[in-house]
Design a protein around this ligand. Sequence first.
Ligand SMILES: *Cc1c(COP(=O)(O)O)cnc(C)c1O
Length: 417
Amino acid sequence: MESLAFLTEDQVRCIQTEFGTPLFVYDERTLERRAREVLAFPNAFGLTARFAMKSLPNAAVLRLFHRLGLRIDASSGYEAERALRAGIPAADIQITAQELPKDLEGLIRQGCAFNACSVLQLNEYGRLFPNTEVSVRVNPGLGSGHSNRTNVGGPSASFGIWHEHLDEAHGVAARHGVRITGMHTHIGSGSDPEMWVHCAGLSLDIAARMPEVTRLSLGGGYKIARMSTEKEANLQDIGGRMSAQFEAFALEHGRKLHLEVEPGTYLVANAGALICTVIDVVDTGASGNIFIKIDGGMTENTRPSLYGAQHPIVVVPNEAGAARGEGDYLVAGHCCESGDTFTPAPDNPEGLGPRRLTRPEAGDALVMEACGAYCSSMSTKNYNSFPECAEVLLKADGTPQLIRRRQTLDQILENEV
Ligand SMILES: *Cc1c(COP(=O)(O)O)cnc(C)c1O
């Protein structure tokens, strides 16, 4: 059975009573520890570390990270605007977006940096800002995401300028007098240091063909262990090996490249928990299954239904010290959608993966762990007209502080005319 990561059972019960469920809790101490780890990423010639805000865009988190020294990677014009409204200075925001921001000109004029993700984007940037500098995202031709839906490099991914089209990119930049001084890749290399060395090598080979490049971003994609069986990326090990590569590059090409990293998952995934309440327990007969139904689901965390993601699950009985015994359970979300499950089979998103859990009763809390990244930000918000849930920051001194109120039905309806 899994255990709670940063909450105590008493804290779960108190938060459940005080704020209602479902709700996300983020742990300030874990966020700070992770930020310090990323800011200590080994590097040969300087480091800029950005937080990929799409993983958890709440303003309280952006401010906390920025105060500690992280800058921001925004994946849309709206995210950039959101970071600005949270008080992040424009100079500390870089936009790397599939969709060109509607107001690219305004955002750049305010001081945001731009990372062109296609030749069309580069051309548009050059037209608006001739004779400046820019960075480009390159698809170096290899990815390592754990499924096709999370793969962000290689021929099956649309992100970035395909490495064989760089001549075209240079031609477009030259026409506008734009210098490509930054190069960016984000191919998500997981936990294996050899894989990171391989990917950094690919990126450096490309940087060698881009003579004006002085900073190289290797993106995010540092794997974390959500389940206890998973292996986490070791930043010191990975960064140490990459530093050697950057030094070798400097010797060979006479350019000391500034390193950028921009993790999302690594910074926040294990700093978040989703607290739900058990609303029912049903079964499908002697040869069937037992289902725990909860007051949350894909409306809070869609990762299990989207790609079979595994998250630790813990039942916290309503009364402290209850001796309940254990059983094997499936956990079903509250949506009228058979795919709304928290327990897909580990190696088969279509299959069922019962979990050994404390025997639940209606009213108990069910805590889903490792819900800091791509849960609140990527949910199927408002499906079945369930309101967006609340978010709480557990301060370092143990006090829970509300950082997002639960949505109301009026707010769901406010744009209907
Ligand atoms: C999503 C994203 C990241 C962060 O990825 P993680 O896997 O969460 O670390 C970094 N850079 C870019 C450009 C991204 O799109």
